[in-house]
Write a protein that binds this ligand. Structure first.
Ligand code: UT7
Length: 325
């Protein structure tokens, strides 16, 4: 099926406060040397205690509006990909709908963990292509610091807070070239979050459960599935890796990306990633890498992007997208 949608604007946001590797050395038994060697991460950004995922999402959308001449007035749906919503409900999407006065929009949150942005783009493309919607605001936002156990050195060195936004609009020129997704629920126990808040109280989120991960298992699963998924996605669309201008995998771990690229024979200088200064920002890691790629003048209009998200579920999703923003 040929897409009738494209991305017309993007934005990104991270909070100001930095959490460096040397800060973490004071919290748990770890070292800057270990963290950089095993993950490539140098620092992360952390929200203040009184701000939450909807504040990250707000920042990303506001940044998008400052960068592009677009309006939210006629947005007819808001989709927020997150696993760290401010509340059980209302959704972050509904909070955002109110803050930007999108009077004509429906709103819902989507949970596909670190692959949330790619799943949300898939849904938005399908709804616009089908004609049911014309203009959809997609946001990926995660306040991972609120659900990170800072006594667990195997997880607390990884995560940071951030958000990315994209506007998906009707277009005769297709911006979405192809998508590939999969899930392996049997592997769910390798990466999960305990408990969840249902209380209408912003502070409740902090006590609402923590991330638990078998890093080694997730690492092996992700490398295998991303390598296979990239190959299937390209085959389905009659494309080759040499057609890809930028590969943007989920920024969980730089060593994992190097391992994937080694296996598929893809050059690291054509990869965009965001974990070095933001940590693993879950659903926001791919839009933040795109945001930095634009800021650094790497991405150009017309470039072919291969996005590949993976994470809790376990789930994964690849997207082939023409840069139209
Ligand atoms: O975004 C969602 C998807 N998540 C991922 O993709 C994460 C995938 N996994 C990873 O990124 C890596 O597995 C980690 C970075 C989480 C861990 O790296 P690893 O190379 O797989 O280390 P490991 O878990 O096998 O642990 C190796 C050693 C252990 O010590 P022993 O048993 O060999 O004595 C750990 O206890 O390193 C130890 N270790 C640490 N040492 C210093 C674990 N965490 C730390 C730490 N500092 N922070």
């Amino acid at each position: 099926m040929i897409s009738k949608a494209k991305i017309t604007a993007v934005g990104g946001y991270v909070p100001d406060r930095r959490l460096t590797n040397s800060d973490l050395e004071k919290l748990v038994e770890t070292s800057d040397e270990w963290i950089v060697r095993r993950t490539g991460i140098k620092e992360r950004r952390i929200l203040p205690d009184d701000q939450f995922t909807s504040d990250l999402a707000f920042g990303a959308v506001r940044h998008m509006l400052n960068q592009y001449n677009v309006s939210l007035e006629d947005v007819d749906l808001v989709i927020v990909a997150t696993t760290t919503p401010d509340y059980g409900f209302p959704s972050v999407a509904a909070l955002l709908q109110a803050r930007f006065h999108m009077e004509r929009a429906g709103a819902f949150d989507l949970n596909a963990a670190c692959a949330g942005f790619e799943y949300a783009l898939h849904v938005a493309n399908a709804l616009v292509t089908s004609g049911w919607h014309r203009k959809i605001l997609v946001v990926a936002a995660d306040a991972m610091s609120k659900v990170t156990d800072y006594t667990d050195r195997t997880t607390c060195i990884l995560f940071g807070d951030g958000a990315g936004a994209a506007l998906v609009e009707y277009s005769e020129e297709p911006g979405f070239i192809g998508a590939f997704m999969g899930a392996d629920g049997n592997m769910g126990k390798a990466l999960y979050r305990t408990g969840i808040s249902t209380v209408m109280n912003r502070e409740a989120l902090i006590a609402s459960g923590k991330v638990v991960q078998n890093g080694r298992e997730v690492f092996k699963w992700a490398v295998k599935n991303v390598v296979g998924g990239v190959s299937d996605l390209l085959d389905q669309n009659g494309l080759d890796l040499s057609d890809i201008d930028w590969f943007v995998p989920h920024s969980a771990n730089l060593r994992m990306i190097e391992s994937i690229c080694e296996r598929i024979h893809f050059p690291m200088n054509k990869v965009l990633y965001s974990m070095v200064y933001y940590g693993n920002t879950s659903s926001a890691s791919i839009p933040l890498a795109i945001h930095d790629g634009l800021k650094e003048g790497k991405l150009k209009k017309g470039d072919l992007l291969l996005l590949y998200g993976f994470g809790g579920g376990l789930v994964h999703c690849g997207q082939l997208i023409k840069c139209s923003f």
